[in-house]
Design a protein around this ligand. Structure first.
Ligand SMILES: [Zn+2]
Length: 178
């Protein structure tokens, strides 16, 4: 076990903001595999370190994807772009997401997600939301919603099956000033 963890740590890297394992981008792997990795990371780095690492990787990935999707969604409204991204990632096997609330000025986009990848992992025992990876998909949508008038948006996972909620829910809205 000790050797296994040691090996895992040496093969896991953050390079240029991307999380890689054995030189492969982690966001291209399967959900069960990723779930196991996240648990393993929580055991070694702790919950906060893991959250920070995966959130950073997810956001960086989302920003890269934004550049790829931008020409594909040209001419669509923000709501159409949002639905396009949600449908694309439902189709790619990232769970089932639906748009439950939409407003574009100020932006407020609420996405409900059932069938997340952590359903049987935390069994409702987590204290905080755990679907860090999906923040990458939300980062693509945030990129479309950012405007001169609303330059600072943030995404929060307000409900999560991992902490016992009936579904996961992500809210994108202007960043609250402290
Ligand atoms: Zn969740």
């Amino acid at each position: 076990m000790e050797d296994h963890l040691q090996k895992l740590k040496t093969e896991l890297r953050v390079e240029g903001g991307h999380l890689t394992f054995q030189n492969q981008h982690l966001l291209m792997i399967s959900c069960p595999w990723f779930t196991a990795l996240q648990l393993e990371l929580e055991n070694t780095l702790g919950a906060m370190g893991t959250a920070s690492l995966i959130k950073t990787a997810a956001r960086t990935w989302g920003e890269r994807m934004l550049a790829i999707y931008t020409p594909q969604v040209q001419g669509m409204t923000l709501e159409e772009k949002t639905r396009y991204i949600l449908e694309t990632y439902n189709f790619k096997g990232w769970g089932q997401s639906e748009l439950v609330e939409f407003n574009d000025a100020p932006p407020r986009i609420v996405v409900r997600k059932t069938d997340p990848y952590f359903e049987n992992t935390y069994k409702g025992s987590a204290e905080e939301s755990r679907c860090y990876l999906y923040l990458g998909v939300m980062a693509i949508i945030a990129g479309f919603a950012i405007s001169e008038q609303f330059p600072n948006l943030e995404v929060t996972e307000t409900k999560c099956i991992a902490k016992g909620d009936p579904h996961c829910e992500f809210v994108l809205e202007p960043k609250q000033e402290d």
